[in-house]
Each structure stands twice: as C-alpha cells, then as structure tokens.
Ligand binder design. Structure first.
Ligand code: TYD
Length: 146
C-alpha cells in the first residue's frame, strides 16, 4: 500500500519541461519530435487549441491512460498540473519547449496570450472513456483506499 502511495506522490514530479531539438539557421528554425525518442510515448494523435479567449480556461480533466506533450507553438499560456496531492504551475512560451504530462494528472490551461496556440501530442486516439472530467472522481481514483 505504501508503495502505491509513493507512486501517486511522484506523479507530479514526472511532469517536466523539456527542451526539444532545434535546428536554427538564418532562414528560421525547425523543431521535430519523434515518439518514443524525445518523448516517452508513441504519438497516436495530434491536436491543437487555438482562438482561445484570454480569460478562458481549457482542460480541467485527467486521463487514465493517455500521456501527452504540450507545446506553445505560438504565443504563451500557463498549465496547472495536479496529481491529487500536489499542484505545480508551468508556463510555456517557446515553440521548442514542451511540457510532458503522464497519466492520471489533472491539468488546466489558462492565461492564453492573444493568438496563442497549444499543440498537443497524445499517446492515444480520442476516447471519452479515458477521461476523468469530475475532479472528485479523479481524486477518488488517484488516492489509494485506506
Ligand atoms: P476536451 O478534451 O474536453 O478539451 P478541453 O478540456 O480543453 O475543453 O475536448 C473538447 C471537445 O472536443 C469534447 O467535446 C471532445 C472534442 N474532442 C474531439 O472530438 N477530439 C479530440 O481529439 C479532442 C481533444 C477533443
């Protein structure tokens, strides 16, 4: 039981900012990400959030199985991650930086700059059954039974 609790506690520390490979020249830059190479999962889906009003919050959910990498390919935004025990806030503002988020982390995106675009590389196809959208249910699932 204690080992399970330790696993839950360490989940927030597995959220990490990653500097992605960048090929820069006077003509501009290229950043590429390969699944299972720069990031610890195969990429099965790509989606992006755009036209986000500055006052809007997106996300507010966790995934049972899905891992993801978020990138501010344009502009900037903040990400609040929460594993049910601890929270951390990150800021993304460069197209060559990503935030890796493992499974079972509640994440909320806000403070989008004007024109901000969030690219999401995801380990799974879209599956509504993989979501926790109710924070209390997420907490119940992420806290080991006593
Ligand atoms: P959701 O993941 O809930 O985004 P957010 O938490 O940022 O609001 O998705 C919003 C809606 O878009 C939801 O009705 C499901 C739909 N959707 C898809 O159909 N396919 C996808 O790949 C994604 C990410 C969302």
């Amino acid at each position: 039981m204690r080992r399970l609790a330790e696993k839950v506690e360490s989940r927030i520390d597995r959220c990490r900012l990653m500097e992605l490979p960048r090929v820069a020249s006077r003509q501009g830059s290229i950043t590429s990400v390969e699944g299972n190479v720069e990031i610890p999962f195969p990429i099965r889906r790509v989606y992006y959030l755009f036209d986000i009003p500055g006052e809007a919050a997106r996300g507010g959910h966790a995934h049972k199985k899905l891992e993801q990498l978020l990138v501010a390919v344009m502009g900037s935004f903040d990400i609040l991650v929460d594993d049910g025990k601890r929270q951390k806030r990150f800021h993304l503002d460069r197209a060559y930086k990503g935030l890796y988020i493992p499974t079972m982390v509640w994440r909320t995106l806000d403070n989008f700059s004007s024109g901000g675009i969030c690219l999401v590389l995801a380990s799974e196809l879209y599956d509504e059954g993989d979501y926790y959208r109710d924070y209390r249910r997420f907490l119940q699932a992420s806290t080991p039974a006593r």
